[in-house]
Design a binder for this molecule. Structure first.
Ligand SMILES: Nc1nc2c(ncn2[C@@H]2O[C@H](COP(=O)(O)OP(=O)(O)OP(=O)(O)O)[C@@H](O)[C@H]2O)c(=O)[nH]1
Ligand SMILES: [Mg+2]
Length: 602
């Protein structure tokens, strides 16, 4: 297959992968001349469009001259690193994008390391050369340093380097001359990335590396034909973890631009999608019926952060959602586990409660947000890390991360102090010029839970933080997450301005006038460290007399808007976030006030 290339685009988050794919699609004639195409068209999920990040890797294919190029757009956020690792099995080359101003960042390192380990042919593209703060020459050096640091061999380090502006759709081999289109990039791909190896006449082997879902045809398995030829209506064997079963392939597709097209056969080297075989999951091999030879299974790094998902057992349960029972939640989560291999589910001793483990807070928050939009109600606990016991020394280990922070240097004092309180240890510090500093901290994953919110506050939104799993190491001791206690409603009712006006002197409020509350719900923060039971529903005594002065207008400060991620960051171990399609509430695990040991407020 000399007229085929398979390439993955990899980078740190936001360095411009999906934007570059837009350009490649447009310039290869995928769209008709006047077709209106959205920016970042591959980010097709609602949540991706809203957040402006890629969550799931996606396949597309373009034709350049006589060559078909299969392209895999990958997510850059560290929580979805597992995706990247798997899809690299589909391709023969990787295009590494690096932002011309930010340079290589933690996830650049992670994905490059994986690509080198897979022996992929690598190309580098310094992107966003149009940025006024681009520092191209320095970034080029940093990229070479990174390759050397990762022990790239001589062959690997002789990569072609391009300079691009994905937004305008141009690339050039010369850092000093802007390109006019993406032709230099296409040519470099065809020259650098080898045509896929694989024998079309050998026994069939198809490796399944991703799953997708289509509302018409149902579950889709996506993978690469490593050897042989897969034919429509072909009789095949499916090698799963559980054993080998026989089946028939009815719907077979390859990629063409943004479409999947039904085809009669797919030959070794190409990327395909199959519908109608529901037993298929990631890592499985579709093989020759007579001579089934499973390929090595894809392994994925262990999830490190977990949360308890439970039914909503508060008094407002079922007022809002369609799916509220433990069985419905469990079935939904089981379905998720089938295609989201970076997640794990474990049972607890209660049927209404499951532990879900993932790679990061964002990954879990996205799952919750999806469930919420589908009409589920549930309660989730504070994210916690998974601990492990070292079999040799019998000590407790916890996951550690390397966090890279980039922020205005005037905030160095406060940031360093907060991170050390969270058991972070500074490893590196560099002044970046223009008043910014880049610091690296080795810190337990636990220490980063809920840190992002504080960090953004402390740096007035000017801080960037990225963290990357570093490894398992000794448990660092307890961390205190939140100094403030909670103002906890002591009864069910409707919050009033009259009551809230008094409460707001104690700390920030999470509810406004008219909000429905219940016993055990957090209505605000108590600046003192303890929880306090309060009555936010108290109404003003009506009298016939106008009391002098007391009738001034009572104005409430706007309540703190709790988004899902803020809420997860905020709660502590004794609390839960209650999630329904239209509400996010904070509550105590134990709702009844007399069952909790707290000081009684007035
Ligand atoms: N100035 C400039 N901005 C760009 C360029 N390419 C992309 N961007 C912007 O960078 C932002 C991120 O672009 P994306 O294409 O979503 O980045 P990504 O790498 O796909 O991000 P993730 O998939 O979330 O990792 C968007 O706001 C783009 O408009 C470029 O060449 N120049
Ligand atoms: Mg993207």
């Amino acid at each position: 297959m000399s007229d085929l290339r398979n390439i993955a685009i990899i980078a740190h988050v936001d360095h411009g992968k999906t934007t570059l794919v837009d350009g490649m699609l447009k310039q290869s004639g995928t769209f008709s001349a006047h077709e209106k195409v959205a920016d970042r068209v591959m980010d097709s999920m609602d949540l991706e469009r809203e957040r402006g990040i890629t969550i799931l890797s996606k396949n597309t294919a373009v034709c350049y001259g006589d060559t078909k190029i299969n392209i895999v757009d990958t997510p850059g956020h560290a929580d979805f690193g597992g995706e990247v690792e798997r899809v690299l099995k589909m391709v023969d080359g990787a295009l590494l994008l690096v932002d011309a101003s930010e340079g290589p960042l933690p996830q650049t390192r992670f994905v490059l390391q994986k690509a080198l380990a897979h022996g992929l042919e690598i190309m580098v593209c310094v992107n966003k050369v149009d940025r006024p703060d681009a520092r191209i020459a320095e970034v080029v050096n940093e990229v070479y340093d990174l390759f050397i640091d990762l022990d790239a061999d001589e062959n690997q380090i002789e990569f072609p380097m391009l300079f691009a502006c994905a937004k305008e759709g141009d690339a050039s081999l010369d850092p000093d001359v802007r390109g006019t289109d993406l032709k230099p990039l296409f040519d470099a791909i065809i020259e650098t990335v080898p045509a896929p190896k694989g024998d079309a006449d050998a026994p069939l082997q198809v490796l399944v590396t991703s799953l997708d879902y289509d509302s018409y045809v149902g579950r889709l398995a996506i993978g690469r034909v490593v050897n042989g030829t897969l034919k429509r209506r072909g009789e095949v064997a499916v090698c799963t973890e559980g054993g080998i079963t026989n089946t028939k392939v009815n719907q077979l597709y390859t990629y063409d631009g943004l479409k999947r097209v039904e085809v009669e056969e797919v030959v070794a080297g190409d990327i395909l999608a199959i519908a109608g075989i529901d037993v298929l999951s990631i890592g499985d091999t579709i093989a020759d019926r007579e001579d089934p030879q499973p390929l090595p299974r894809v392994s994925v790094e262990e999830p490190t952060i977990g949360m308890t998902f439970s039914i909503n057992n508060g008094p407002f349960s079922g007022l809002d959602g369609k799916y509220v029972t433990g069985r419905q939640i469990r079935e939904r989560l089981e379905k998720e586990m089938l295609h989201n291999v970076a997640l794990r589910m474990e049972d607890t001793d209660s049927a209404d409660q499951m532990r879900i483990y993932g790679r990061g807070e964002l990954q879990l928050a996205i799952l919750i947000e999806q469930m919420r939009r589908e009409g589920f109600e549930l309660c989730v606990s504070k994210p916690e890390v998974r601990l492990k016991r070292d079999p040799e020394t019998d000590t407790v280990l916890e996951p550690w991360e390397m966090a890279t922070l980039d922020f205005p240097d005037s905030y160095m004092g406060v940031i360093t102090e907060k991170l050390s309180a969270r058991k972070g240890m500074m490893q590196n510090m560099r002044h970046m010029g223009s008043g910014r500093v880049r610091m690296e901290f080795l810190i337990p994953s636990r220490g980063l839970i809920g840190f992002r919110g504080h960090y953004l506050n402390d740096t007035r939104g000017q801080g960037i933080i990225n963290a990357l799993f570093h490894g398992w190491d000794d448990y660092a001791g307890p961390i205190q997450y939140r100094a403030a206690g909670g103002l906890v409603a002591d009864r069910k009712g409707v919050a009033t301005t009259y009551a809230l006006f008094k409460l707001q002197a104690r700390g920030r409020l999470f509810v406004g006038n008219g909000t429905q509350v219940y016993e055990g719900m957090l209505v605000g923060e108590n600046a003192r460290g303890n929880d306090m039971n309060v009555d936010p529903t108290k109404a003003k005594q009506l009298t016939n007399f106008r009391s002098s002065g007391a009738d001034e207008k009572q104005i409430l400060a706007p309540p703190v808007q709790m988004t899902l991620e803020k809420a997860l960051d905020y709660i502590d171990e004794e609390e839960l976030v209650e999630i329904t399609p239209s509400h996010i509430r904070l509550r105590k695990k134990v709702l009844k006030g007399n069952m909790r040991s707290v000081i009684r407020g007035r």
